[in-house]
Design a protein around this ligand. Structure first.
Ligand code: SF4
Length: 188
């Protein structure tokens, strides 16, 4: 095994709260921890624009500004809102997404009855007021569309803190300025 300063460490994103265990475990961030997460992501990306492999996200944020990408053109984070995408297991069961299984609520149909497949286990971010006015929606893309209630609330807080760090770094590299506040219901 080779280790050293050049070893790549990638970061897919922040934990979403999918169940009760995650809610009291790895997905639970207190306010101070969320602030620290934002600061850490910002500082890492300010120093290295591709820290944790997040340079693509910074570039996508720039592209969203450059092309004035409207929120209506933005797909859900997972891509499962696309009419061309389904998650199917080897038994032909159709599920909410590839991260779920066909047991319980996540089974939304079967390939044998294709026209009856209905994604009724999800809320697209277009139907969430907080997402439609969120300053980091172009990066977060509405988090997980299956989540509701307290699980969504904590996941949203986690996503906001994480993506705000990326957005702050993008603004820093573009302007040399540090974001100190955003005119929204969210606080940085
Ligand atoms: S941070 Fe929260 S409000 Fe903003 S887009 Fe993500 S889930 Fe929606």
């Amino acid at each position: 095994m080779r280790v050293g300063p050049d070893v790549f460490v990638g970061l897919e994103g922040v934990v979403n709260v999918h169940d009760a265990a995650t809610a009291i475990g790895t997905g639970r961030f207190k306010t101070a921890e969320l602030d620290s997460l934002t600061r850490s992501i910002f500082e890492a990306l300010a120093e290295d624009p591709n820290a944790f492999g997040l340079g693509e996200r910074v570039d996508e944020f720039y592209a969203s500004i450059q092309r004035r990408r409207p929120i209506e053109a933005l797909g859900q984070k997972c891509g499962m809102d696309s009419p061309d995408a389904i998650a199917v297991d080897l038994h032909g069961n159709i599920m909410t997404c590839q991260n779920t299984g066909a047991k319980g609520v996540h089974k939304i149909g079967h390939v044998a009855e294709f026209d009856a497949i209905a994604l009724d286990t999800a809320t697209h971010f277009a139907f969430r007021d907080e997402c439609m006015s969120c300053p980091v929606v172009q990066l977060c893309k509405g988090s997980c569309m299956f989540l509701e209630g307290e699980f969504f609330k904590q996941s949203c807080a986690n996503e906001f803190a994480f993506n705000m760090g990326i957005m702050m770094a993008a603004v820093w590299h573009l302007t040399g300025m540090v974001v100190v506040g955003v005119a929204t219901g969210h606080s940085v």
